[in-house]
Design a protein around this ligand. Sequence first.
Ligand SMILES: *Cc1c(COP(=O)(O)O)cnc(C)c1O
Length: 230
Amino acid sequence: MDIAEQLHTIQQNIKKACERSNRNSNDVTVVAVTKYVSVERTRQAIEAGVEHIGENRLEGALEKWEAFDGQAAFHFIGTLQSKKAKHIIDKYDYLHSLDRLSLAKEIEKRCPEGKKIRCFVQVNASGEASKSGLIPEETMDFIEKLRDFPSIEVVGLMTMAPLEEDPEQTRPVFKRLKQLRDDIQKQDFDHAPCHELSMGMSNDYQVAVEEGATFIRLGSTLVGRDKANG
Ligand SMILES: *Cc1c(COP(=O)(O)O)cnc(C)c1O
């Protein structure tokens, strides 16, 4: 699979989804999730025009950052153990999985002087037991509490939708996340502008874009999948 061709196809699909929903396709950022692929394959993605890299585990995250620091923005998209946070937060630009105060404390402690960590609060918008993230009802309260952590900027909400045969089935999950994001935005919190929605993966990104996604996280459909990890 040629990444440049695949990226082009995805961009066309994003454009069409934006036309269907009256959105501007410039408001949708593609994060290439490279957890299943090598450094070499990641290099090809960057050469093809990818500007955002996503990783979900510490080891792969450090490997890709060491290879491409300065050539892309880096997104940590997986669950982050508090004790591992120190390895990530001085290097990565975005954290998509802030879901507890203990992690916020660790970020605050480890954040380099003068830096702000752009965080998405992860929400379990589907209610599936296997998914991490806050339940929607707890999210507003959690975000209010993040006011006490000056190194954290809450840029938006993130969710992982259940994997459905028919991506249409995930639409209500995306709608719920957007509604919640809109409610939080209305509060006008200084520490939580909360403009962004990180939602949509390979199988359901077109529905996610129709429902307002501003960051979509694409692994297998964009860079392929050679490794079993992730
Ligand atoms: C692996 C992963 C993705 C990408 O998955 P694909 O289905 O391969 O696009 C997106 N988000 C998170 C949090 C992931 O762990």
